[in-house]
Each structure stands twice: as C-alpha cells, then as structure tokens.
Write a protein that binds this ligand. Structure first.
Ligand code: 4AZ
Length: 491
C-alpha cells in the first residue's frame, strides 16, 4: 500500500519478487556459458539475459577430417543424404502439427451450433446442456446449470429447452435442495448458510417450480416451467456466510492512504508465503479456496508445496510455520497472459480448511447482474511496500480507493489502451494512494447491500501512487464463473 508521492525511478511494475529468495533455475534448455571455457562465450552477461553459447562455425573451405579412430569418413554424399532425409522428416512433422492445429481451431466454426465440452474437441448440442444427462466425457454439460443472480443471490436455473435462466419458486423449497444447488456450484455442503423467500419483481415472466411428487431424485428433473409461483416468492440462496466484516462505518469523504488495519476489518485477507517470506496477498472465498493473482504463481512458483497461507494474523513476524496452511493445488487462469497481464487470476486450494470466526472469513464473489457504480468506493489491503521500491510492510495496511472507468483509464495519458475487459482500474489519477509491490493477488473490495464483495485482485500498475498511473486489478465479475467451475471440478 503506497501513500506518498515519490519521484522516479519510474518502471513498469508487473510482478513482485522478494529479494532474498532462491531464484528459480532457468538453465534447462540453454547452454550456460560458465560451464564451458569457450572463447565464444562472452565473459560477463547480464543475469537476466539467457546466456546461450554460440557454437564454433566451420570455415567454408574446410576439408573433411576423419572423426573417429574406427576410420568412419564423413563424405559429402553422406551429408547430402542426411540433409535430405532430415528435411523430409521436418516437413512431415510440420505438416502433421499444422493439420492438428487447423482441426483444433476450424472445428469450432464447423460445428457452428454445437457447444464444446472442455478443451478437447468434443461437442454436444445446446439442448443437451443442463438436461440432467451427462453427455460430455467429464459431465461439463451438467456442471453449471445453476447460478446466483444479483445482489440478493436469486437462485436461477438454466433451461436447456428455452436456453435461458429462470428464478426458482420458493414453493416447497427446503434447505436440502439449497445444499444440492450449492454443491452444484462447487461449494462444500457444510458451508451452506440459508435459503430465504424473496418477493420477485418484474421482469420475470416465467419461473421454475418444484414437482415434489416426482420420483426423480435429481433436483433439476423435479423442476418444471411455470408462469408464476403460488407463494409469490422466489429462492434467495446463500451457499456461504460471506462478506461480513467488523469494520467501523467509515466517513465516506475521508481518503485513507495506507492506514494500519484492525484484525477483524478484512477477515478474507491472507498473506501468501514462500520460504517464510511474504510474496503475495490473497482473498478467502471458502474454507479451502483462496483467490490470488496468476502472476504470483508463474513459472516455478506454480508448485503448491512452495506456498503457505496465513489468515487472521496482522503482523508478518507473527506468521509462524505451525499457524500456516499448506497449499494442495494451484490453478491459474488458462488464458492468463504474462505480457499484458490479461486474466491475472489464480486459485489456491488449501490442504486443510480454515476455521472461520470474527477474524477469518470469506468475501462474497460478485454475482452476475451485480452493478458497481463507475466510481464505486472500494478498499484495498495488503502487506505491500509503502512507497515505490520499498520493502514489504510489517503490518496489514488498508486504503480507500475508487473505481476508475475503463474508458478514462485507457486514455492516452493514463494506460493508453492497455486496460482490457478482464481488468479494472482503481485509485486516484493524482496519485497519493495505491497498491504496491507485495500487495499483488490481494483484495479490492466494496461494501454494497451490507455485504463486502470482491471486486478485483491486485494485478499491476506503473510504479506506485504515481500521477495518472492508478492500480490495475483483475476484474472479478469476469472470473466468477471460471472460479465456480474450477471449485466444482476440483472438490
Ligand atoms: C506488485 O508488483 C504491484 N501500483 C502491485 C500493485 C501495483 C504495482 C505493483 C499498482 O505487486
């Protein structure tokens, strides 16, 4: 969290790397020069340049020499034949790769109306989605047929017949059905919070109703389309008690830059350590799942065994090994681009669940249909540096920021078109308050309808708290569906 205006050094901030960590090895695939005392290797090469030894070239007029004592002679004919067969092999392999690629990319358009199951070229028709029958090899077609809509968590079910989402009538609804729907979204049954009846308001003209007399055990096969709900109520479903904080209501007109946080204010905040060093932040979304940035877990940092997560602790020196939670699995967004930082989100699954209480608890993932104001007031938190180029902080800091519309953030004087739909800007164009190195992966949250929602994960920015260079965050509304699908598939 940066709270001052420091002059340059001005540099592109893409990822925080701690100073005292063993650098991941990059030797594989390169000839490391030091290993050879070759005159073709430059004596000193900057560390970040892959050091490739140039090979001594043979002068054009070289006479062929015997190469072994067994008397084998490398004749020009032999070389020609070898060259020819090598070229043929390379051509064939190239053609095969091109064929596979063409099949992979063209198949999509050829199968026009069909929907691809997963990453493999398996297709099913739209009417097979959410019809209660597993048609895809891994059942992907039955995976996400239920969703929570808007700030009131309205339960909606997808109808494969009408290819649309419908709210579910509260008539005959029970907690048992609620648990089934939550499990289908990837939640564990024991985080289930409640199902409530909510008055439905327009624009719905069609609903899903339960047929309790149906013999079918499958929830979705018990549902049928109806023009109305007899109770006049629809289901509002909470799969987890998320978004609660003991934060004191803050005067809205006061800008807070890098203030020390209190323990129960940001219960979803975790500190992610590698080799006992804080490296990144993260946000708790369930007892087992943490949302962080994909750039935190790039390359060799993608190994779960490197990481330990600390929750409910404010001070770094209090984060002792036995209090940490080991990481079992890391899933990076498949479309994360390390150059543009597009889709900078990743999930960490913990080996053991967190115990929730006042100082440890989940933040709510934004539901589809949730609207944030163009300048929505938000908070960022983390143990990042308090000034550009500084070291990470001892205590957790939090700062008040507001969203900045993408059109403004993309202007020539700000990020000049580098803000993509999966990114969101927050902070101040006049600098002063911002996230900084070490805050990456941590939360950008907002309070709405008395709950706290995860709006973004700290991703990048040019410097920290510099004029016209606000913080850039992963846009969580774009990632929620990916998160649910992965929680569901990795239970
Ligand atoms: C980082 O490297 C980082 N000022 C986080 C946020 C910002 C810059 C860098 C935004 O963790």
């Amino acid at each position: 969290m940066a709270s001052d205006l420091r002059p340059p050094p001005y540099y592109e901030n893409y990822a925080y790397q701690p100073e005292n960590l063993t650098a991941p090895s990059h030797t594989s695939g390169f000839y490391v020069c030091q290993q050879y005392t070759s005159p073709y290797c430059p004596a000193t090469v900057p560390h970040y340049v892959p050091r490739v030894c140039t090979q001594p070239s043979t002068p054009a007029t070289t006479i062929v020499h015997p190469i072994s004592s067994s008397g084998k002679i490398c004749t020009a004919r032999l070389r020609k034949a070898l060259c020819f067969s090598l070229s043929v092999i390379i051509l064939l392999v190239g053609a095969a790769i091109a064929g596979v690629l063409i099949w992979y990319f063209v198949a999509d358009s050829c199968f026009g109306s069909k929907i691809r199951c997963g990453i493999l070229a398996e297709y099913v028709s739209p009417s097979q989605w959410c019809d209660g029958v597993n048609d895809c090899p891994n059942g992907e077609d039955e995976n996400r047929c239920v969703r929570l809509y808007g700030p009131r968590f309205l339960l909606e079910v997808y109808s494969s017949e009408s290819k649309d989402w419908y709210p579910v009538c509260y008539d005959d609804w029970s907690d048992d059905y609620g648990r089934i729907a939550c499990a289908d979204m990837g939640y564990n049954k024991d985080t289930y919070f409640n199902s409530k009846a909510t008055k439905h308001t327009s624009p719905f003209t069609s609903f899903m109703r339960l047929n309790t007399s149906s013999e079918d055990t499958d929830l979705y096969k018990k549902l049928f389309n109806s023009k109305q709900c007899s109770s006049g109520n629809v289901v509002s479903l909470r799969c987890i008690k998320c978004g609660f904080s003991s934060k004191n209501p803050n005067p809205r007109n006061r800008i807070v830059g890098g203030n020390l946080a209190a323990l129960k204010e940001w219960p979803w905040q975790v500190s992610l350590h590698v080799q006992r060093n804080h490296l990144c932040g993260g946000s708790i979304i369930t007892p087992e799942w943490i949302v962080t940035a994909a750039h935190c877990v790039e390359g060799s940092f993608s190994q779960p065994s490197y990481w330990t997560a600390y929750a409910g602790i404010l001070l770094q020196h209090e984060m002792l090994r036995p209090l940490g939670h080991r990481v079992a699995k890391i899933i990076s967004h498949p479309n994360y681009d390390s150059e543009s930082k597009n889709n900078d989100v990743a999930l960490m699954k913990l080996q053991s669940p967190l115990s929730f209480g006042d100082s440890i608890g989940p933040v709510c993932l934004p539901n589809p249909g949730m609207m944030f104001e163009p300048e929505q007031q938000c908070w960022i938190s983390g143990w990042g540096a308090q000034r550009q180029g500084g070291s990470t902080s001892k205590g957790l800091n939090a700062a008040f920021v507001h969203l900045i519309e993408s059109s403004r953030c993309n202007s020539r004087y700000v990020y000049n078109g580098r803000i993509l739909p999966a990114m969101i800007c927050a902070g101040y164009l006049d600098g002063k308050v911002d996230s900084c190195q070490g805050d990456s992966g941590g939360p950008l949250v907002t309070e709405k309808h008395d709950l706290w929602w995860l709006v973004g994960d700290t991703s990048w920015g040019t410097g920290c708290a510099s004029v016209n260079k606000p913080g850039v965050y992963g846009n969580m509304t774009q990632f929620a569906d990916w998160i649910y699908r992965n929680m569901q598939a990795n239970r």
